[in-house]
Design a protein around this ligand. Structure first.
Ligand code: IMP
Length: 217
């Protein structure tokens, strides 16, 4: 069964853009944390979560998987904006793992404490702890054209978790130039430097005023 859920208040966008109603965008995800961050970074849009069931993320990279997810919902929302986020953590000393398997690193079903524990075990005694998050955002615009924006955030994996904010690997990720983990930062602080924040800044350039989809690519 398809489930949709609106999570943001459209009024801010309406006044900001001097429009009668907010632009509606359908986001293909089950992940409430991602939705929250997307709505914080793109305030004022009417963001509607669409749960695409049974979608297999079979692409070898984040952009490919983001496109698979957005293509699963776009035919149900013709004439509207659709979006999907595929993201994950890449650790240099692990050859880029967990990468596209970040959500299920310790196996199915996705289990964040198990993923984080496995990551720490696999890096036990490893000196090179360089890592980066990558986020690919795939969009289908109201005319059916596809766009992809990618953002990265570089840093290192801590030896133990710290902080209670955010989600996923946030307690283990120390962004470059920062002494705190992502999970110790406020939402605004994380969004300003995160892979998702950076990808969505590029999305803003691509879509312009969300009216035509003919912004700067
Ligand atoms: P996806 O739903 O297949 O894109 O999987 C994303 C997975 O990557 C999440 O379940 C997290 O484990 C991890 N991830 C992605 N973005 C973040 C983030 O901002 N913080 C922490 N972990 C993240």
């Amino acid at each position: 069964m398809r489930l949709t859920r609106t999570i943001s208040n459209p009024s801010a966008f309406a006044s900001a853009r001097n429009r009668e109603s907010a632009v509606k965008i359908f986001v293909a995800t089950h992940n409430a944390h991602k939705l929250k961050e997307i709505s914080q970074i793109l305030p004022g849009l009417e963001i509607v979560a669409d749960n695409p069931d049974g979608v297999k993320e079979t692409a070898p990279d984040f952009a490919g998987n983001a496109l698979i997810k957005v293509r699963a919902i776009a035919p149900h929302h013709r004439g509207a904006w659709c979006m999907a986020d595929d993201s994950g953590l890449e650790v240099a000393a692990l050859g880029g793992a967990p990468g596209v398997r970040s959500a299920r690193y310790a196996g199915e079903p996705s289990n964040t404490p198990a993923n984080n524990a496995l990551l720490l075990r696999n890096l036990d005694g490893v000196e090179d702890r360089k890592a980066n998050f990558t986020c690919a955002i795939a969009l289908v615009d109201p005319e059916g054209r596809e766009h992809v924006a990618v953002g990265k955030c570089f840093g290192a994996i801590a030896c133990s978790p710290s902080g209670a904010e955010g989600f996923g690997y946030d307690p283990l990720f120390i962004p470059d130039g920062c002494s705190k983990s992502f999970a110790e930062l406020s939402a605004d602080e994380k969004n300003a430097i995160s892979h998702r924040g950076r990808a969505l800044e590029k999305v803003k350039e691509i879509v312009g005023d969300w009216g035509t989809g003919n912004g700067v690519a």
